[in-house]
Design a protein around this ligand. Sequence first.
Ligand SMILES: Cc1ncc(CO)c(N)n1
Length: 223
Amino acid sequence: MSSNLFDALKEACTPEWRAYVEHPFVKAIGDGSLPLASFQHYLVQDYLFLIAFARAKALAIYKSETLDEMRIANAGLDALLETEMALHVRLCAGWGIGQDVLERAPEALATVAYTRYVLDTGFKGDLLDLYVAMAPCLIGYGEIGRSLAAVPGALDPGNPYAAWIAEYAGDGYQAIAEQAKADLDRIALPRVSMARLERLTGIFRTATRLEADFWQMGLDRAD
Ligand SMILES: Cc1ncc(CO)c(N)n1
């Protein structure tokens, strides 16, 4: 049995997890072979994704049952709005994608599917269901950033995606991902049971599959 809930869920969903973190989109970011149009399509959709994710984190404040949990959720919302969103808007600007373009962009179906699944899981369930639905996103990108940074040449200036990799591999995002892992255990402690683990694994698996579909949307440049 893993020492934390995140690792236990990841181990229970190994094929889906690998399809997410080793998706062809991720590999092509690492070696710089991803078409620019795919990356830009992904970046715009990811802005819309993060806006909806901020709502999910706001829902986590509402779903909290103690002051301590409210503070954990509030810090998570703050990290998203102040750290990750700032990083994202800066990256987009570097690609010539202004705030006006981001705000006008229509949502792709993969964005609608993933964000509404997370929100619906949170509305229907309790705080732990919501945190599990958010875990592949928050913690997965930390893992992806770290493994991409270790690919030889991935951070060289010749790779157009070096800045993206550096952001997710950097201390700022790594700290957010580590905090999310610790928060998941804090929220789980008074709520988790073996019977419940099965349902949580189902939520985690679906969110992880939606992550892989989100990369695929970028590759296909799908609406
Ligand atoms: C789709 C997606 N998943 C996870 C993250 C990391 O927050 C992100 N920015 N976008």
